[in-house]
Write a protein that binds this ligand. Structure first.
Ligand code: CDT
Length: 323
């Protein structure tokens, strides 16, 4: 059985606040068609791919932005994307804002088969930013106000492999990849909206691209999985979003990368069997992992410096060196 897929990463340029959902869906359909021409089995769209990144604005009335949420998937506006996927026989991954029938809001992605059936759904676990309006910022990052967190990293048997999803800030956390890796994930699909300016510490701005690559490449390598990271990029409502969407092999090497900050499709041949090169050697989890030594990771959230560690004397440095 060959387990070789052609995977497209469909980066999106900016979506402005007033842009009509139906027009955005036409942009997605154009990229899906490009993917079909390149014989892609699967095309990956970014986080919140149907709207502008609305958590950059504060509204006293949280319901003011409810129109940015999908109450069902596919919604009426998104149905043409599902229809086109079925016609072309191309699967896809789509990020969107989800509103459940009982009023819960999530930052969500779905994996859709070549038959336009939803194979899996994921709700973002690591919500970044802040809960309250912070007027000193040039723009807000209110995901912790507009969304509730998801509670599980799941994998799905699809496209002849074991596939997982994560969303944007999730990619900065090694736990994301490791939990997916422990579930056998061979291909992780990750959409993102990453402002290049980071108001709490602007010294990081110049490193935005480096950090993006750093976390995805190490996540891929340390878990022997393919990673497809896809941006919504460019200047959206005055906020510059990082591009550099990438397809990364289990070796940690970048095999394809976008060169613009607009709508752009890149693709790569993804051999899922390559994962075994790493999963069965250097990162043979069953043989080498030591969970009994890692208990702190699940028992503790913040940093707790153990009793007896001193940092304010020369002596403590010396003692450390001796031990
Ligand atoms: N969308 C998203 O998760 N963006 C975050 C910004 C972090 S700074 C608040 C990211 O990790 O790129």
């Amino acid at each position: 059985m060959t387990r070789v897929l052609k995977v497209g990463a469909a980066q999106l340029g900016p979506i402005q606040r007033e842009e009509d959902r139906k027009e955005v869906v036409q942009r997605l359909i154009a990229l899906l068609n490009e993917g079909a021409k390149e014989s892609c089995d699967l095309v990956v769209f970014p986080e919140l791919a149907l709207t502008t990144f609305f958590p950059r604005w504060w509204s006293e009335d949280i319901a003011e932005f409810d129109h940015f949420f999908e109450k069902e998937m596919p919604s009426e506006a998104v149905q043409p994307l599902f229809d086109e996927a079925k016609k072309l026989g191309v699967g896809f991954h789509l990020g969107y804002a989800e509103m459940t029938s009982d009023g819960h809001r999530y930052n969500t992605s779905v994996l859709v088969s070549k038959n336009a059936e939803i194979l899996g759904k994921y709700r973002k676990v690591h919500l970044p930013g802040h809960e309250e309006n912070e007027p000193w910022r040039t723009f807000q990052h209110l995901e912790r106000y507009y969304f509730e967190p998801g509670d599980e990293f799941k994998v799905f048997g699809a496209f002849r492999g074991v596939l997982g999803m994560a969303i944007c800030n999730d990619r900065r956390w090694s736990e994301t990849y490791r939990v997916l890796g422990l579930k056998g994930c061979e291909l992780a699909l990750i959409g993102y909206n990453t402002p290049i300016h980071y108001p709490p510490d602007p010294s990081q701005d110049v490193l935005a691209g480096f950090h993006n690559q750093l976390v995805m490449q190490s996540g891929a390598y340390q878990n022997g999985m393919w990673v497809v990271g896809v941006a919504k990029a460019g200047n959206e409502e005055g906020c510059d979003l990082l591009g550099e969407s990438s397809i990364i092999a289990p070796s940690g090497e970048v095999v394809a990368q976008c060169s613009t900050v607009g709508d752009e499709l890149i693709y790569a041949t993804v051999d899922l069997d390559m994962c075994a090169n790493y999963k069965e050697t250097l990162f043979d989890f069953a043989r080498y992992r030591r969970p009994e030594v890692y208990k702190t990771i699940t028992s503790q959230v913040g940093v707790e410096i153990p009793d007896g560690i001193e940092t304010d004397t020369e002596d403590s440095k010396d003692k450390e060196q001796l031990t």
